[in-house]
Design a binder for this molecule. Structure first.
Ligand SMILES: [Zn+2]
Ligand SMILES: [Zn+2]
Length: 266
């Protein structure tokens, strides 16, 4: 039986937090866990959550190039747990995973993961059904049905209760009209509010000038009175000390960002 999240996110709303951190195990990040922790301390974080890309049990033969393997999960958790103890005087560390909700494989994947001692999961819905480019959220989607299906899927994932929050909820590269985009994204901000989940503003997307954070989406959240959290989505230890991009993210939502330890909260 799953046991996460092991904490209430809102307990830490006045502290400087980052719950979105990767490690080399996902094959597209650099630096050791220790280096991430040292940089987080240097940057003044009081809470650091590791959320590397979870293993996923795809069909036999498909090995994901973007995630740790199942056999690496135990080592990941042990490494973070040991550092958690070692650094406990300086920073509070949580062990998590970034995971997608792909219905065809989710149940068997989740069944494996829930057996480990994790603190939390964040949903990172990079794909719709399969790990292939056409199903990627970054693929140019013009079709409303696809946007609708994607948002339905994220909502279904949130409704499981397994996830602390949603990473880059605005990752979808919808290239149709703005009214259709807003119609479906409005459903998402409403869902977040219902579940008391903040909207992540993703620092990595901002630094790399990706389509997220999406200003239209953020506006919807502001209008709807949602809470916001900054997720560094660190793929190298230096990402944690990139103050300029962090500030750029804060500027997108003046006055209402929690979990920064520095802003006035609502
Ligand atoms: Zn992600
Ligand atoms: Zn990530």
């Amino acid at each position: 039986m799953y046991h996460f999240p092991t904490f209430d996110l809102y307990l830490y709303k006045d502290m400087k937090c980052n719950f979105h951190t990767h490690t080399t195990r996902c094959r597209h990040a650099t630096g050791t866990e220790r280096e991430y922790i040292e940089k987080a301390i240097e940057a003044g974080y009081q809470i650091l959550g590791f959320s590397d890309h979870s293993p996923y049990l795809f069909e036999e033969g498909h090995v994901s190039p973007y995630r740790m393997k199942l056999e690496e999960l135990e080592g990941y958790i042990k490494t973070v747990d040991n550092l958690k103890q070692e650094y406990k005087k300086d920073i509070q560390i949580f062990t998590g995973l970034e995971l997608e909700f792909l219905p065809k494989y989710f149940e068997k994947t989740f069944h494996e993961i829930e057996q480990y001692s994790l603190d939390y999961l964040i949903l990172g819905q990079h794909y719709l059904d399969e790990e292939c480019p056409e199903d990627g959220a970054g693929y140019e989607w013009r079709d409303e049905e696809r946007l609708k299906t994607y948002i339905d899927r994220v909502i279904e994932a949130i409704d499981t209760g397994y996830f602390l929050y949603v990473a880059h909820p605005d990752i979808i590269n919808y290239v149709g009209d703005e009214a259709t985009y807003k119609k479906h994204m409005k459903r998402l901000v409403t869902e977040f509010k219902k579940h008391n989940m903040p909207i992540e503003i993703n620092v990595n997307g901002c630094r790399e000038r990706r389509i997220y954070p999406n200003k239209y989406f953020i506006e919807l959240g502001i209008e709807n009175g949602n809470d916001f959290i900054v997720g560094v989505d660190a793929h190298s230890p230096q990402d944690l000390t990139d103050r300029d991009t962090y500030q750029e993210c804060l500027n997108l939502v003046p006055e209402v960002i929690m979990w920064t330890g520095e802003r006035q909260i609502k």
